[in-house]
Design a protein around this ligand. Sequence first.
Ligand SMILES: Nc1nc2c(ncn2[C@@H]2O[C@H](COP(=O)(O)OP(=O)(O)OP(=O)(O)O)[C@@H](O)[C@H]2O)c(=O)[nH]1
Ligand SMILES: [Mg+2]
Length: 498
Amino acid sequence: MGRLSKSSDAESKISKCRDSGGTSLDLESLGLQSVPEEVRQLRNLKRLDLSNNRIEDLPRWIGELANLDALYLHGNPLRTIPASIQQLSALRILIIARAHASAASESIGNLLGLRELALADLGLRTVPEWVRRLRNIETLYLFGNGLASVPKWLSELSTLTQLSLENNQLRSLPASLKELGSLRFLSLEGNPLLSLPAEIARAGDARKILRYYFRMANGGAAQPLNEFKLILVGRGGVGKTSLVHRLVNDRYKEFRRTPGIKITKWPMRLGRDDVLAHVWDFGGQEIMHGTHRFFMTERALYLVLISGREGTEDYDADYWLSLVRSFAGADVPIIVLHHKTSDWSFELNRELLRKKYGRTLSFLETDSETAVGISELRERIGRLARSLPGLKSSWPMAWRRVKEQLPRKRKSWLTFDGFRTFCTQQNVTERKEQDDLAESLHDLGLMLSYRKDEGLREFGVLNPQWVTNGIYRILNSEKLRKAGGKFTVKAFGGILLK
Ligand SMILES: Nc1nc2c(ncn2[C@@H]2O[C@H](COP(=O)(O)OP(=O)(O)OP(=O)(O)O)[C@@H](O)[C@H]2O)c(=O)[nH]1
Ligand SMILES: [Mg+2]
């Protein structure tokens, strides 16, 4: 009954339009499976609304409605648009949405007079190339597709004032969008990978969004993080902590021995880049050597400090270099410092050490008290840092957000699944990407995650400062020393909670 009345609805609307010579016909939501043949006679039609029916195919004669100005087709399971559509040279508005991707047919690209076009909710993976020909387009709706990118050439559509791209999978925006001088309204909500703040995306102000995206968010796209890890090793009292102070603050100062690891942030300027070094200063006392290996990561830059004061320089060089090589690998750059040179002068067999420990060794004479060699050292650290694989690798906005938000979690320990959940909340959703991010954060020393080590995998993700504090507090415990190194689990807790 409902269907009958609806189709007779259509009939009466059509005949009314015909009799009055009307220019607008509304056949919306009438359950139509095809366009009624009678419409073909309505040669005066300017506006035809066929939205929300069940039409799969448009008839070829649609091209005969030569006066059509606006055609609404959204909400039909359309599969194709006949090529005859290109005869509608007066068409200014064409709305296709919630149909099959094949409905975005190439012949639409010949409708050069189009001012408004919707290709929305079609499951398109890319913007069809033929859209490029629509040089008079003002409003383009592309929402609800699976678009991963916006083509650069979109900037050629210089008459565009409104661009709607919400609910896609956009990963970045091309800089060429800034050239769209007439663009007023840009909607990008529902593209989580762009990491636009909701309040900016919601407002839809094209200028504001693009300004934010390209200036404030540094391109939103992947940018190098410009951070690296610098590790200092050498026997107790060789001058590591004083050297860090000299490098970072350009002053000389004496320190107590370092009970564990001291992590310092050192902002530096490398050419035109602001770079941040995470400096790990290892306590040199022997009891701690065994655990240092857990923190000697790959993709870091190493300083091995040697002094001649104890007369053990050859032994020390061998000892520390072999430690770095076995735990950080054959490729990490190492600067061997003849340190405290103002105090003791000595020679190392550089050739022999190079042969034994590889070509990435270099040597320098330094002294923190007199500042001898310090500016050369800074310069060399900068140069070698540039060659580290991590320094220039890309960090998408979402990765940066994980890096910034992770410490705010105020949790020193997370299971790896917990880390994955946290990443997903920050829009790093792919497992592989989460693995890569964990590795990068580990390399930078911003968290610890031993994914490659069977025995340590289970520990998930750890806050380095918390772990090192705990470990070295135990190793340096007076109580433990008195007990000859034996301890109970209870005593263990007692030391940690002290
Ligand atoms: N002449 C001279 N003495 C230095 C220099 N740097 C450090 N010292 C002396 O060596 C002592 C130890 O220096 P630190 O920097 O604390 O040594 P460290 O390698 O950090 O020692 P641990 O933390 O125990 O591993 C200082 O207290 C100074 O007396 C230097 O550049 N020249
Ligand atoms: Mg120290």
